[in-house]
Design a protein around this ligand. Structure first.
Ligand SMILES: C[S@@+](CC[C@H](N)C(=O)[O-])C[C@H]1O[C@@H](n2cnc3c(N)ncnc32)[C@H](O)[C@@H]1O
Ligand code: SF4
Ligand code: SF4
Length: 371
């Protein structure tokens, strides 16, 4: 069942269905349309918009409900695999490789032809790539939305220049002014970049990684981030074998309760979704039957050498889909989607992020017509 979603028959009339199916395809169309109508009658249209999570929107959901064929909508682009710092919790493979500007151009042009709409530029530390400003310009010229995740080690002028050539969204990885600082210690720079982003209409979120070294300051750090004007805040407990998660959750609990009692919290949809889940027993991972990962249909994750099922599999150094040089990448992705069962995969079972589990569950329910 889809939580406490409320029915509203009037939504049937206004259904703006983006399915690629045509009326002429007869009964397939009817079945899919019937399921979508049924889905809409139980799930308010604006619920996903309220999530505020990058690309998890209604239009994408409807497209994925109606297809089993791979395409490309979203790309996690690991521009550089290396980084200038060495956060103690970082599990991402840090090796000396990057995607050349020529290759990025090819990826963008081909992607655009195939429907690419959103690129998440990340790493390693993507700002170490000397061509990042030109890459943002290329994406802008192709009218593709772009998000950069960065440790903010460059000057504030550097980020202003990226905003000026068309960067739409920036995620600053910042764990807050209080507690052990893994990355940013220059609070003035964070404030300056956020203020500039706001002035230029750039969405500016903060990725906050919680550890035993900073969990006791969680509330103060969140309030500080809200105070300096972050568009949203995405806290996450570090995935680390050495972390005592039960202890961290115990420390977080009273702080999270205070935050949830604060009405201003609602201004931050990602934070609002995440806060209660952070202290749940099963915060991450798949705990029910999940026969498919629907992200594999239109979500691509690649670095200079490999296609991965998603960033989590990359981080956990798990499976790859295929090498980038292979001629039939689309077919490899399709085969992978067809065969892959998340609820049989240890990485997914233990690590799939809450937003992904939520979205996959919605699609699974809609596809099965079981609301
Ligand atoms: C791998 S970094 C890459 C981009 C950039 N270097 C940065 O730090 O923003 C992307 C995000 O992954 C998060 N991250 C890294 N290691 C993690 C871990 N073990 N558990 C949870 N998040 C982690 C970082 O905090 C960061 O927000
Ligand atoms: S800045 Fe990002 S990529 Fe670099 S070590 Fe830290 S988390 Fe990892
Ligand atoms: S971890 Fe989640 S998003 Fe990644 S392949 Fe598994 S189910 Fe899909």
């Amino acid at each position: 069942m889809l939580g406490n979603a409320v029915g509203d028959a009037s939504r049937h009339k206004n259904l703006n269905c983006s399915l690629l199916f045509r009326q002429s395809e007869g009964c397939i169309y009817d079945v899919v349309q019937y399921m979508l109508d049924k889905f809409h009658s139980h799930f308010p249209n604006n619920e996903l918009q309220k999530l505020g999570y990058y690309t998890l929107n209604q239009e994408r959901l409807e497209k994925l409900v109606g297809t089993e064929t791979v395409s490309i909508y979203y790309l996690d682009l690991i521009l550089t695999s290396y980084c200038n710092i060495n956060c103690t919790y970082c599990k991402f493979p840090i090796e000396k490789s990057k995607i050349s500007f020529d290759d990025v151009q090819k990826i963008i042009v081909k992607g655009k032809q195939d429907g690419l709409s959103f690129v998440h530029i990340t790493g390693g530390e993507a700002t170490l790539h000397e061509d990042l400003p030109s890459i943002v310009t290329q994406l802008q010229n192709q009218n593709i939305r772009k998000l950069l995740t960065t440790n903010l080690h460059k000057s504030s002028d550097y980020y202003t220049a990226l905003f000026d050539v068309g960067l739409d969204e920036i995620n600053i990885s910042y764990d807050g002014p209080k507690g052990k600082q893994e990355r940013i210690s220059d609070c003035a720079k964070v404030l300056k970049v956020i203020t500039t982003a706001q002035a230029k209409n750039v969405v500016c979120r903060i990725n906050m990684t919680i550890t035993e070294n900073n969990c006791q300051h969680f509330l103060d750090n969140i309030l500080y981030m809200a105070d300096i004007g972050a568009s949203d805040i995405k806290p996450v407990t570090a995935v680390l074998d050495s972390i005592n998660l039960d202890q961290v959750k115990k420390v977080l609990q009273p702080q999270i309760e205070k935050l949830l009692g604060n009405q201003n919290c609602e201004k931050y949809p990602i934070l609002t979704f995440r806060l209660p889940r952070l202290i749940e027993k099963e915060f991450r991972g798949i705990h029910t039957n999940m026969p498919k990962c629907y992200f594999l249909l239109d979500d691509v994750c690649r670095d200079s050498k490999w296609y991965y099922p998603c960033m989590i599999h990359l981080r956990e150094k798990s499976e790859k889909i295929c090498h980038v040089s292979e001629a039939d990448v689309q077919q490899k992705r399709q085969d992978y989607y067809n065969d892959f069962v998340p609820s049989k995969c240890k990485i997914c079972i233990e690590n799939c992020p809450d937003f992904m589990v939520y979205f996959n569950t919605l699609i699974k329910e809609a596809k099965s017509g079981n609301f």
